[in-house]
Design a protein around this ligand. Structure first.
Ligand code: FAD
Length: 373
């Protein structure tokens, strides 16, 4: 088959589901297709290990997958650039380096961003994703040793709890650094009440303040303005406010779901464009209640890989079967974690050991195929 007659599959974003596709291609490359991956970064963080990186349990390199190396093995072209626009009807993408690329098939796995909160000029706000600016903000502030620091983490879900407690574990011997969790509801309201109790105990142990039922209305340079006219002193505000669609989804002419993400069917295929697929946080199947979480992006990976190959060969697609009983593991700063599934909940160091084993095993699988072990 000549180069020109090869079908072109473009992958946007090296998220968890695309990483699985790349892993499969690294084991069994498909030189009959022209496949390219676009990502502004040559590596992607494995989100489950981020809190451990912040707390100092892992080196950054232990929690990053080398996309470039994986692409080399998979015979996929790696283009280090963000996609700025998708013109679905013309089968073209526009890229941050000024290029325009044609596709026969397209797949998006670009994650999500933190939901914004109104702010005043000069407010120091760091979203939890992407992680690099958060890690930079942390290390820059650490360089100023003697000064006191008030950090608020806004959000009440798993990532807010994990980031606040990881920071507290990192700064255990720096009492001048104060951390407070601020949430409009209750901590971990999506989990069994024992999970909330375990998180509150961990916060008390590590000195993390907790402000529940406090909506943040505005972020100012030295304080948060809260609902009910209250204020809270804060120099750095970390946003762990749940997921919102990334900017690219405002420049893509495919059908979107009510939450602004790409509307997909059970085969992870766009409901408006049959040659476009999406998975992970940036995709929503309106008929399934799939949380925006790395666990589910990972689980969609094998189906996405199967369906992209099936589509290119003209075969029928498989369905992603959603299982709501996935084990959720939430780290508690020190080497302790909450494990919860189908209503049961345990916490302590055994859960952390389990999480550590699962996460390291997952990373090892990708490091091995990319030759990065
Ligand atoms: C601190 C923290 C801890 C977490 N812990 C867990 C956990 O323990 N378990 C869990 O299940 N979930 C966890 N999550 C949630 C998890 O991070 C996300 O749900 C998960 O990363 C989503 O995966 P994804 O495949 O959708 O995309 P991501 O893994 O976010 O990857 C998206 C990729 O797309 C790239 N990209 C973005 N825009 C573009 C563009 N325009 N062009 C090209 N490339 C682009 C990015 O550079 C990135 O590489 C955590 C989140 C945070 C913040």
């Amino acid at each position: 088959m000549s180069e020109a007659s090869k079908k072109t599959l473009l992958l946007i974003g090296g998220g968890h589901a695309h990483v699985e596709l790349l892993r499969q291609l690294a084991i069994e490359p498909k030189p009959q297709y022209d496949i390219a991956l676009f990502d502004p970064s040559p590596s992607v963080w494995f989100s489950a290990m981020l809190p451990g990186v912040i707390a100092g349990h892992y080196e950054a390199s232990a929690a990053k997958i080398n996309l470039w190396a994986l692409c080399q093995r998979a015979r996929v072209r790696f283009i280090q650039a963000a996609v700025n626009e998708v013109i679905a009807d013309l089968q073209r993408v526009k890229v941050s380096n000024g290029e325009t690329h044609y596709f026969d098939y397209l797949s998006l796995d670009i994650g999500s961003v933190s939901r914004p909160i109104p702010s005043a000029p000069g407010a120091y706000i760091v979203p939890v994703k992407p992680i690099e600016p958060l890690l930079n903000a942390i290390t820059e502030r650490e360089a100023i040793r003697s000064s006191s620091l008030k950090v608020s983490v806004v959000g009440g879900g798993a990532s807010a709890v994990e980031v606040a407690l990881a920071l507290a574990a990192r700064w255990k011997d720096a009492p001048e650094k104060k951390i407070v969790l601020v949430t409009e509801g209750e901590l971990l309201s999506q989990f069994p009440s024992r999970a909330r109790a375990a998180a509150l105990t961990a916060c008390a142990r590590l000195g993390v303040g907790v402000q529940e039922h406090m909506g943040v209305e505005n972020i100012e340079p030295t304080r948060l303005r809260l609902s009910g006219g209250k204020q809270l002193e804060s120099q750095i505000t970390i946003l762990a406010t749940g997921s919102a669609p990334p900017e690219l989804l405002s420049r893509i002419n495919v059908q979107l779901a009510d939450d602004g993400c790409i509307s997909i069917n059970s085969g992870l295929q766009s409901r408006s464009h049959k040659n476009i697929f999406a998975a992970g946080d940036c995709a929503t199947n309106p008929k399934l209640n799939v949380p925006k979480s790395g666990v589910y992006a990972v689980r969609q990976g094998p189906i996405l890989a199967t369906n992209l190959m099936a589509m290119m060969r003209g075969k029928s697609l498989e369905s992603y079967e959603h299982d709501e009983r996935a084990l959720a593991l939430i780290s508690l700063g020190e080497k302790r974690a909450i494990g919860t599934r189908s209503g049961w909940c345990f916490s302590g160091s055994l859960m952390w050991k389990l999480k550590n084993r699962i996460d390291r095993k997952w990373m090892a699988d990708y490091a091995f195929v990319s030759g990065n072990d």
